[in-house]
Design a binder for this molecule. Sequence first.
Ligand code: GLU
Length: 307
Amino acid sequence: MDQGDTFRPAGRYAPSPSGDLHLGNLRTAVLAWLFARTTGRSFFIRMEDLDRTAVGADRRQLADLTALGMDWDPPVVYQSTRLATYQSVIDGLRDRGCTFECFCTRREILEAPSAPHAPQGAYPGTCRDLTDAERAERRATGRPPAIRLRTDAELFSVSDLLHGSYAGVVDDFVIQRNDGTPAYNLAVVVDDAAQGVDQVVRGDDLLSSAPRQAYLASLLGHTPPTYAHVPMVLNPDHVRLSKRDGAVTIADLAEREVTAAQVLSHIAQSLWLADRGEVVDIAMLSERFRPDALPREPWILMADECE
Ligand code: GLU
């Protein structure tokens, strides 16, 4: 991922290839594309495939983005090809004394008394200061450790184009899971820095992760990106949209004779970038796009609204 002479700051869309993109994912992708392309940035797609993946989902996701008119700068990066890079960053942090081994189960963390003044849900610090003997005893149980970052901040602020300055909790978060997989919070920071990403547009369910990621970026000597955490799409019960909510993917909608162009129109309408039923293309949306004028509330998708 050497940027060479052609370095330009970049935005990105980073789907998890666990299935087809639904209208919520597609709407976030359109926004990420608009934010990047209307500010002269490169636009990258990164497949976050360290977790559960579905065969062929990556190709279908790319085809769906293309069907809505989005383009991107090659190559599409797959996190599963970058394990050695993540490992060397984890090793570097360990060598700097910035990590510790954590043997806690999820349940032990939930049941541990939290440290005084610690924010709710923060890691209680159980394994942070184990003695060598205590660590040896835990290792002897056979449970492999996760690796946590030894942080020295409780709060860290990020700058968000929609939320302003946002201060959130930074606890001793996991950077490598106990099965050896690099944690999302580590991989995302390493990749954004490697790709020159200085603008992160994604769903606002990830707003509370941004301070941890920005803290880690700073620790690694990178300037944290500017964020735009955009409102989600919710179902009529005001729950985050999922595949269970009916015809919500381009493939489902195609079966009901809704074209990709109509899907884009619907998304545009939900972003106040098109009138009802108006035919638009992505170039028209970039002419109309004004970050300040975006809706700040979630889009509540009514059943069969797109048909
Ligand atoms: N892979 C995450 C998702 O699909 C997005 C992560 C990110 O944009 O930082 O929700």
